[in-house]
Design a protein around this ligand. Structure first.
Ligand code: ATP
Ligand code: MG
Length: 482
């Protein structure tokens, strides 16, 4: 290569692509080839460079296409990658959910098994007792009562599981009909009044009138919701009180169940309406339960077109509210309805009585309940286990009233009553009323006891208020009623 060739090639090479992009390199090559072509004076060697350059140019064009394809491919890959990541995230989520659900179901099965096995062993144990031990008729009645109660509990658990399976299968339906509202509330209240009292927890019923006399609703399911809320409120309240409130407002009927119990945190609140869940894993062992009640209650209220909501403060208490719309219903608003034996009043309105009462009852639980009711009403109470002890107590103390269970060991109530009455007559003592306490609810038995000489008959199980009303009447005869 002579000097002139060298300088022109150097000139071209200085324009050649170096660290350029493919596009830039291509343009530079085209410019070089163009300048080579227009200069006819250039030697053949340089012309052969031109064809080499053309080959390079074609290669570059190819490379540029491949590069473009690669860029497209990279874009597609990035997109697929994002899609894959998203799918992986969803799969992870689904897996976590499946694991949670599975472990939830496993825990649930363990809990259900416990919830059913424990009462079943109680039932079997009681049954064995009746079969193997020599028990009196009265004892077997007492045991049968326990069996009945425990059996009802098992039935509740099974019903909850069935309800849940219906909900999960989308086959849970309601059947609405005209339902008297006030008796429904009263029934719910009556169910828990004793239990609350026994545990030393106040249980208040607050009903604001006017209220619709009847509402068009599935009464059985509405009762189930309120029963679950009240049972939870009592279960999770160690001290203080629980109140069931009902009022009517702008075509809506509202219920609130408020307690002063353990309360819940925000996190706990977020899961309590889900099936198989309890606020904490320790709840089941501490308080029992399957963790289904609220989930079912929520579904029922939703299906009624209403809302079930909750507010709670850890350590202070919770308030569950049910709001049902009565839109489209025709109903009559009524003021307080007074039924002879089911007047709505709260436990705080218990009458205050005074007087000295002896109560003979051999069933310890019942003895304790009666004692507590009477003491709370202000009475001076002596509790004894049989008729003989009642008679002895009567001889010793100046009692205003005697309450005698009928079937008792040592001396039954009838014999004790007769002995007390003859003491009164023989010694000219003031006539102290003697009331019978019986589980026989048949009218004939009540009439028979009256004929035998009892002043009044209280039928077990008795409503606290009715018992107090009856006592108030007898103590009032002596001018002792406040
Ligand atoms: N009033 C309340 N105070 C505090 N915690 C509550 C209250 N009500 C419900 N919870 C929490 O919500 C959980 C779920 O209640 P839910 O009624 O569904 O189940 P459960 O009472 O445990 O069992 P069951 O199925 O027998 O009703 C309870 O286990 C408890 O942790
Ligand atoms: Mg519950």
């Amino acid at each position: 290569m002579d000097e002139s060739e060298k300088s022109s090639s150097q000139e071209y090479l200085s324009n050649a692509p170096s660290a350029m992009s493919l596009g830039e390199g291509l343009s530079a090559l085209r410019a070089m080839r163009h300048s080579l072509r227009i200069d006819d004076a250039i030697p053949d060697k340089v012309k052969s460079w031109s064809s080499t350059l053309e080959a390079i140019e074609n290669r570059l064009i190819q490379l540029e296409r491949q590069n473009h394809d690669l860029i497209c491919l990279t874009d597609q890959l990035t997109e697929s990658n994002a899609l894959l990541l998203d799918l992986k995230y969803q799969a992870d989520q689904a897996e976590a959910k499946a694991i949670a659900c599975d472990s939830g179901k496993t825990q649930f099965l363990a809990r259900i098994s416990h919830e059913i096995r424990s009462p079943l062993s109680v039932i079997l144990g009681y049954a064995d007792q009746i079969l193997e031990d020599s028990v009196t008729l009265q004892q077997s009645r007492h045991i049968a009562g326990h069996i009945r109660q425990t059996g009802d509990f098992v039935l509740d658990v099974i019903n909850e599981v069935l309800d849940l399976s219906k909900i999960e299968a989308g086959a849970f339906t309601l059947s609405a009909h005209e339902t008297p509202l006030i008796p429904l509330i009263r029934e719910v209240f009556d169910l828990f009044e004793h239990a609350a009292f026994k545990r030393g927890i106040g249980f208040e019923l607050k009903v604001s009138y006017p209220l619709p006399e009847t509402i068009f609703v599935d009464g059985h399911r509405l009762k189930q919701v309120l029963v679950n809320l009240c049972s939870n409120a009592l279960k999770f309240t160690e001290k203080g009180k629980v109140s069931l409130t009902c009022w009517y407002e702008n075509n809506h009927i509202k219920f609130e169940v408020q307690d002063t119990g353990i309360g819940m945190t925000e996190t706990q609140l977020s899961k309590i309406f889900k099936p198989f869940t309890q606020a904490e894993d320790t709840i089941s062992s501490r308080f029992g339960g399957t963790g289904l009640g609220l989930c079912i209650a929520y579904e029922i209220v939703e299906q009624m077109g209403g809302k079930l909501t909750v507010e709670s403060t850890m350590g202070k208490g919770s308030c569950f509210a049910v709001d049902l719309s009565l839109a489209g219903q025709s109903y009559k608003l009524v003021e307080q309805v007074v039924h002879s034996n089911s007047i709505l009043r709260s436990t705080e309105e218990v009458q205050q009585l005074s007087g000295k009462v002896v109560v003979a009852e051999d069933t310890k639980d019942l003895q304790m309940i009666i004692g507590a009711v009477l003491k709370k009403a202000g009475l001076d109470v002596t509790l004894v286990n049989n008729g003989q002890q009642a008679l002895d107590a009567y001889k010793e103390g100046d009692y205003d009233l005697v309450i005698l269970d009928i079937e008792m060991p040592v001396m039954d109530g009838l014999t004790a009553m007769k002995a007390i009455k003859s003491l009164q007559q023989e010694n000219g003592l003031r006539p102290v009323p003697v009331l019978a306490l019986t589980a026989h609810a048949f009218k004939d038995e009540v009439v028979r006891l009256g004929r035998e000489g009892f002043n009044d008959v209280i039928i077990k199980p008795f409503k606290r208020q009715l018992l107090l009303e009856s006592l108030a009447g007898w103590l009032g005869n002596d001018g002792k009623l406040h």
